[in-house]
Design a protein around this ligand. Structure first.
Ligand code: NDP
Ligand code: PYC
Length: 333
């Protein structure tokens, strides 16, 4: 498999997005997030999304010239309008606002409306951990799961993420979809011609399937049954009722080139531990829990695997399937 440096992949991904109509700055920020996801082992939210975003730019599903801006603003809360553009610049603005406001107020909420796919949810929280604060991220996505008991897709796979900084160690990073797995994992399995485990998805007739293509045409199953479905409902409400964004059932699939502008929402909460237990108290509590967890040698901390993979990718480059690389090179011209 060809191996490319992180820098070369950034150039290719940014080139592809710019050629499809994104401004140079939007293309740069978006490419950095997708390459970082690939480097962290999240192929479902990495380079494979470049072609998807480029197709959305070309089909007018996303405005390549959009400029994110703050449209509502009160004390520790603010709302960013992504302007129907790619999500990454809008989320970066929301997170930097939330950090600044949490520093002043102790905690802050920043919502994003009229947005698009925001990739791996935890990516956006990196600056929060670097600022020594706790961050939570929520995003809704096009309908892929039924309400509990229903047969029609209404909620997205609706990822949630959290970061908790540590002193002298990588932050704890918890980052998951509220479906059994991210839908992007079906996209990757379909590309590789591999079956998916039973329990991930239903086909369009509502029967359990191990065929990723049938699963993409059908529905995802919620993580943990009714509890995942309730959390997905909560994410729709936090990301859309609070921001005015479109619900999952109002947005066309990201996995098709044509469709509407999804106009979905994201939300970020930032909390300064210094306003609560105090920084020393916060870190003592975190390390006590971590040390207790690690007494069991079978346990690993969430987030560490991604950091190690990213370090290795930075040093050794990233292996990219030949077909995916050819697609990237062709899109970048
Ligand atoms: P995974 O099932 O791959 O991982 C879920 C979480 O569990 C991660 O934090 C992972 O940490 C942790 N974890 C898994 N196994 C262990 C273990 N043995 N010990 C400790 N921690 C463990 O996630 P999903 O498939 O649900 O989601 C993948 C990505 O897709 C996420 O980044 C998510 O944000 C993104 N996504 C984005 C969507 C969007 O619309 N933008 C929609 C859906 C998903 P670790 O990373 O360290 O393995
Ligand atoms: O991977 O679950 C997912 C997803 C939903 C929308 C886009 N990707």
């Amino acid at each position: 498999m060809p191996r490319l440096s992180v820098q070369r992949l950034n150039e290719l991904a940014a080139g592809a997005l710019e050629r499809a109509g994104a401004t140079a700055e939007t293309a740069r920020i978006t490419a950095a997030a997708l390459v970082a996801a690939e480097a962290q082992g999240l192929g479902s939210h990495g380079l494979a999304r470049v072609a998807q975003y480029a197709a959305h730019l070309r089909h007018g599903r996303v405005d390549g010239d959009a400029r994110a801006r703050i449209v509502r603003d009160r004390a520790a809360a603010c709302l960013v309008d992504a302007g129907e553009g790619l999500a990454f610049p809008a989320c970066a603005l929301a997170v930097s606002e939330a950090i600044a406001r949490a520093r002043a107020a102790g905690a802050a909420f920043a919502g994003v409306t009229r947005s698009h796919h925001f990739g791996a949810a935890a990516w956006h929280l990196q600056p929060v951990a670097e600022a020594g604060m706790v961050g939570l991220a929520f995003g809704n996505s096009p309908a892929a799961m039924p309400a509990w008991g229903g047969r029609r897709a209404i909620f997205g796979t609706n990822p949630i993420a959290a970061v908790f900084p540590r002193r002298g160690a990588p932050p704890l990073v918890i980052d998951l979809s509220l479906s059994e797995v991210a839908r992007g994992k079906l996209m990757v399995a379909a590309r590789e011609g591999k079956p998916i485990p039973a329990g991930w998805a239903l086909d369009k007739a509502g029967h359990p399937t191990t065929d990723p293509k049938a699963g993409l045409e059908g529905m995802m199953l919620p993580a943990g049954g009714v509890k995942g479905a309730m959390l997905a409902l909560m994410v729709e409400l936090v990301c859309c009722a609070l921001t005015g964004a479109a619900f999952g059932f109002e947005a066309d699939s990201f996995f098709t080139d044509a469709g509407n502008r999804p106009r979905i929402g994201q939300a970020f909460i930032v909390i300064d531990p210094d306003a609560l237990a105090g920084n020393d108290g916060f870190h003592e509590r975190i390390e006590t829990l971590v040390a207790t967890m690690l007494l069991d040698p079978q346990v690993r901390l969430p987030g560490q695997r991604r950091v190690e993979l990213a370090r290795r990718a930075e040093a050794e480059g990233i292996e990219v399937p030949a077909q995916l690389l050819a697609q990237l090179e062709s899109l970048a011209g």
